[in-house]
Every structure is written in structure tokens, then in C-alpha cells.
Design a protein around this ligand. Structure first.
Ligand SMILES: NC(=O)c1ccc[n+]([C@@H]2O[C@H](COP(=O)([O-])OP(=O)(O)OC[C@H]3O[C@@H](n4cnc5c(N)ncnc54)[C@H](O)[C@@H]3O)[C@@H](O)[C@H]2O)c1
Ligand SMILES: O=P(O)(O)OC[C@H](O)CO
Length: 350
């Protein structure tokens, strides 16, 4: 029999901790996996104690997932290399702004036979244009990387309320292993091959959710929010098709990573919540993130910058008015009260 696969979770925020709970419980039961699961924790002090020490004694991430017990076989490790060096499966789950520095530290230090999976919703952009987070991991570490994205508000998944998610795996064998590792009765997974499309959907919906939050803050109702979701979805589909090789079937957008994640985030996500208060108070996004999220990080505003940069490089800004309005409101002092204009003048109605 093959030796059990060792798993390392690279990240331990709100979603990372929930994934720690799921993987820890599955690994304790399933002989395919080593029952000890390492979770890399970006060390910090919480009430004068190290977060790793709290997690390993109280089995709870009191800062990022308070009130949810983690299985005792999930071991918090402060050293990135100590956590990841021997892993057969590396689960990347952290705010996307930290992935490059994390991969740089791991470069040349992990098993080249290991399987990667990214749960990170975001993209990277440079003078070359758009780069997927899975590509940053793949190119830096030299391993194959699948993705998992879906309608998965972390606190609801932690409470074991039913939901679905999508694994995007070009390597179907990897997809099967990851499904075995991550699926539970209340976290049902489907595996599809179009990993790039799955990943880009996960990044883009956070920008649309900012628009939904603006409308909530401005006092618009559910009809307007439905329009934001529909027009946002149209822009997501167009953007995905522009940036994926080959045909992307409509069915991808009907998976949990598509329309379902968009709805969940536009109603219950952190991006929506902060955008609502931004519209009501005029405080900056940065200030609200600090005041309201206790160390958790928003992905939507940063992704809006990256999308806008990509669209400018391609001279396509005007084709994506909703993405563009979110960017301009967050970063170019466009009044939030003008957000609805991007819906009224949308090319979908011409
Ligand atoms: N929270 C959710 O509901 C949810 C659900 C699905 C997907 N996601 C996605 O998962 C990813 C991770 O989200 P999360 O909720 O686990 O994170 P989070 O928003 O809770 O972020 C906080 C984490 O960032 C870490 N951090 C801070 N500075 C760091 C640094 N310099 N280097 C590395 N790590 C640092 C903190 O230690 C903490 O673990 C994101 O892309 C997010 O979009 C989140
Ligand atoms: O809280 P948000 O807005 O970062 O969204 C969380 C998840 O991505 C929802 O699936």
C-alpha cells in the first residue's frame, strides 16, 4: 500500500482555518492521508500569547475563526519551511497579496512530486498583463496546481451549513485526490477540467460584490442588486473568455464557482459589507478594513486595481463599465453615488 499522503495547509486565516477543520477531520478518518496535518500560521501575538501556541493548546484560531474548535491532529507551525518541506499535498489559502513572497520562501525547498491546490481568490498583474495565482505557485515551485473555488462564506462552512464548491483540475487524478481530501457531507464538490476559468471566476466575483455593497449602502433594493449580479456576471463571463485558452463552456458559470459564489458574496461577503459602510460613511476602504475585519483582508478592491490594469493594457476599459466603476470609486475619488450610472449606461442595454 502507498504511504499516506502528508498534507500542509499554507495559511490560517478565516477560510484557512475552516479548511484546516475539514482536512483535519477527513485526514483522521481516511487512510489515504497522514493523520497529522500541518497548518502554517503567520505568527502573531494575541493577548500576549503566540497564536500557534493558542491553536495547539486550545485547538481554536481565536483571532480568525473564534468559536470553532479545530481537530487536535491539525498542528499549527510558525515556520513555513518546517510546515511544508515534507508535504505531498500543499493547500494554499491566504490573501492573494502575500502569495508571491510565500512562494519565494518555499522555492527549491519542497517535494517536486507534491500536488498543489490554490483556494486563493485573486489575480496578479504586471507589465506582462494578467497572471493567475495558480500560475505564480506553479512557476515558482515547479509543481502542478489545481484550484478550489465556490460559494463558501467561511463562517457558514465552519458551522457545517450545507454548501457546494468546485475543484478545477486539469489533472483529473489530482482532482480525485483533492476531492477525497476536501469533501464532506455538507461541503459537496464537483471536479471540472477548466481550472483557469474556475479561478478567474473566484477572483472577479469579489469586484462585483463591492458594487452590490455600494448599492446596499446607497439604499437601493433587491431589484438593483439583481441587476448588479446579472451585469456583473456578464462582465465576468466576457473577461473569463478573453483570458482563458480554448472554449469555456457556459456550464462553468453554473457551477458553484460561478453564479452561486457571486450570489453568496453579493449578499453575505466581507467585500459587500465593507462597500456598504464605505458608501454610507465615506471612510476609506483601508480604514474600514482595519476597523471592521480584525486582521482579515479584503480581496475585491485590490482585484479591481489588477483588473483595471489588465483592461488598460488591452484597451478594453469601456467594455467593462461595472469593474471600471468599482475601481474608480475605490481609487480615483469617483463619487459612490454615481455607481448606478454604470448600470444605467451598460452596453448590455444598447
Ligand atoms: N473568508 C472566507 O469566507 C473565504 C471563503 C472562500 C475563499 N476565501 C479566499 O481565501 C483566501 C484566504 O482568505 P482567509 O479568509 O483565509 O484570509 P483572511 O482574510 O482571514 O486573512 C488573514 C490571514 O492573512 C495572514 N497574513 C497577514 N499578513 C501576512 C503575510 N505578510 N504573509 C502571509 N500571511 C499573512 C494572517 O496571518 C491571517 O492568517 C482569500 O483569497 C479569500 O478570498 C475566503
Ligand atoms: O467575504 P468575501 O467577500 O471575501 O467572500 C468570501 C468567499 O469568497 C465567498 O465564497
Amino acid at each position: 500500500m502507498a504511504p499516506p499522503l502528508k498534507v500542509c495547509i499554507v495559511g490560517s486565516g478565516n477560510w484557512g482555518s475552516v479548511i484546516g477543520k475539514i482536512i483535519g477531520e477527513n485526514a483522521a478518518e481516511n487512510k489515504m492521508f497522514d493523520s497529522t496535518v500541518y497548518m502554517w500560521v503567520f505568527e502573531e501575538l494575541v493577548n500576549g500569547r503566540k497564536l500557534t501556541e493558542i491553536i495547539n493548546t486550545e485547538h481554536e484560531n481565536v483571532k480568525y475563526l473564534p468559536g470553532c474548535k479545530l481537530p487536535a491532529n491539525v498542528v499549527a507551525v510558525p515556520g513555513l519551511l518546517d510546515a511544508a518541506r515534507d508535504a505531498d499535498i500543499l493547500v494554499f489559502v491566504m490573501p492573494h497579496q502575500f502569495i508571491r513572497e510565500t512562494c519565494d520562501e518555499l522555492k527549491g525547498q519542497i517535494k517536486l512530486s507534491s500536488i498543489g491546490v490554490s483556494l486563493i481568490k485573486g489575480i496578479e498583474v504586471g507589465s506582462y498583463g494578467l497572471k493567475l495565482i495558480s500560475d505564480v505557485i506553479r512557476e515558482t515551485l515547479g509543481i502542478e496546481v489545481s484550484v478550489l473555488m465556490g460559494a463558501n462564506l467561511a463562517n457558514e462552512v465552519a458551522a457545517e451549513k450545507f454548501c457546494e464548491s468546485t475543484i478545477g483540475a486539469a489533472n483529473i487524478e489530482h482532482g480525485k485526490i483533492l476531492k477525497e481530501l476536501l469533501q464532506t457531507r455538507n461541503f459537496r464538490l464537483r471536479v471540472v477540467e477548466e481550472a483557469d476559468a474556475v479561478e478567474i471566476c473566484g477572483a472577479l466575483k469579489n469586484v462585483v460584490a463591492m458594487g452590490a455593497g455600494f448599492c446596499d449602502g446607497l439604499g437601493y433594493g433587491d431589484n438593483t442588486k439583481a441587476a448588479v449580479i446579472r451585469l456583473g456576471l456578464m462582465e465576468m463571463i466576457a473577461f473569463v473568455r478573453l483570458h482563458c485558452e480554448g472554449l469555456v463552456p457556459d456550464s462553468i458559470f453554473l457551477e458553484s464557482c460561478g453564479v452561486a459564489d457571486l450570489i453568496a458574496t453579493c449578499y453575505g461577503g466581507r467585500n459587500r459589507k465593507i462597500a456598504e459602510v464605505f458608501a454610507k460613511t465615506g471612510k476609506s476602504i483601508k480604514q474600514l478594513e482595519e476597523e471592521m475585519l480584525n486582521g482579515q483582508k479584503l480581496q475585491g478592491p485590490q482585484t479591481a486595481i489588477e483588473i483595471n490594469h489588465t483592461l488598460k493594457l488591452q484597451n478594453l476599459v469601456n467594455k467593462f463599465p461595472l469593474f471600471t466603476a468599482v475601481y474608480q470609486i475605490c481609487y480615483e475619488c469617483k463619487p459612490v453615488s454615481e455607481f448606478v450610472k454604470c448600470l444605467q449606461d451598460h452596453p448590455e442595454h444598447k
